[in-house]
Ligand binder design. Sequence first.
Ligand SMILES: NC(=O)c1ccc[n+]([C@@H]2O[C@H](COP(=O)([O-])OP(=O)(O)OC[C@H]3O[C@@H](n4cnc5c(N)ncnc54)[C@H](OP(=O)(O)O)[C@@H]3O)[C@@H](O)[C@H]2O)c1
Length: 288
Amino acid sequence: MNLLVTGCYGQLGRELQRLASNNFEHQWFFTDVDSLDITDPDAVERCFSEHRIGVCINCAAYTAVDKAEDEPDIAARVNTLAPQILAEACLRHDALLVHLSTDYVFDGNGLSPYQVDDPVNPQSVYGSTKAEGESLIRESGCKHVIVRTAWLYSSTGKNFVKTMLNLGDTRPEINVVNDQRGCPTWAHDLAQAIVTLIDHYGTEPVYETFHFTNEGNITWYDFACAIMEIGGKHCKVNPITTDQFPSKAHRPAYSVLDLNKIKTYTGMEIPFWRDSLVKCIEEIIKNI
Ligand SMILES: NC(=O)c1ccc[n+]([C@@H]2O[C@H](COP(=O)([O-])OP(=O)(O)OC[C@H]3O[C@@H](n4cnc5c(N)ncnc54)[C@H](OP(=O)(O)O)[C@@H]3O)[C@@H](O)[C@H]2O)c1
């Protein structure tokens, strides 16, 4: 099968490139905004036709959550309009669209893990544009698998794990919020889950939404403590409340995603967050 990956220089895109170097079952086409701007319908159509795309994995997104509050139009073009463009191309070419979405589609007021079918109620521009992108894909009628994930990190790119490791080298102590609970996700595990989903469904008609994160849930404070400990940093982490660390965009207090659907449908086993964090930090240290 011919697989198109958009946004391939992002965290998830780079992990898919790594997996593809050992996966000869598929023909992979990796693109980012310099080679395929997914907001350009003509460019998307040309790419699908030229490469006879059977699966499009949309890793491209506008992910700057706070900046999106000031740039709602740009965020909407990438997170809402572009998924619709990709969905229409998939429909024309009978291709499967694998699209990534976020825990931020929920309001975060829940007390138990969010189920796939729970109503969305985004509280930020980023969350709203992603939720609308999901809806347009479903309405398009194209074959699709939407995967909502959360708290993504990898050894490349800008993310919480790398920020904490850097602060661990330069600060004696830091404050981290302890009243927002979620599920960290190593981009490497997410990339593997995506390949599992593609191999599971093949060319079948599929119209499903899944949640994928690592197993377990913690607060950002717990996450920071674990990063300092595993990374061998002697930096004190102080727990604070969200009120003490104001940010432009609203963050959900509770954004734990229920993983039962993806496990039941595919039989996949999902690594525990701490085991994956250890592996990622080992990689970061090795690459320094
Ligand atoms: N990061 C998280 O914590 C998180 C949490 C939940 C869900 N997700 C979702 O998971 C997916 C992958 O996230 P990620 O962290 O890997 O994202 P990322 O690192 O921000 O990568 C996104 C990539 O898309 C590119 N891009 C932006 N606009 C584009 C366009 N018009 N055409 C083509 N490419 C474009 C970006 O290029 P530039 O860098 O040049 O803009 C970047 O290379 C996204 O759908 C995101 O919403 C992420």
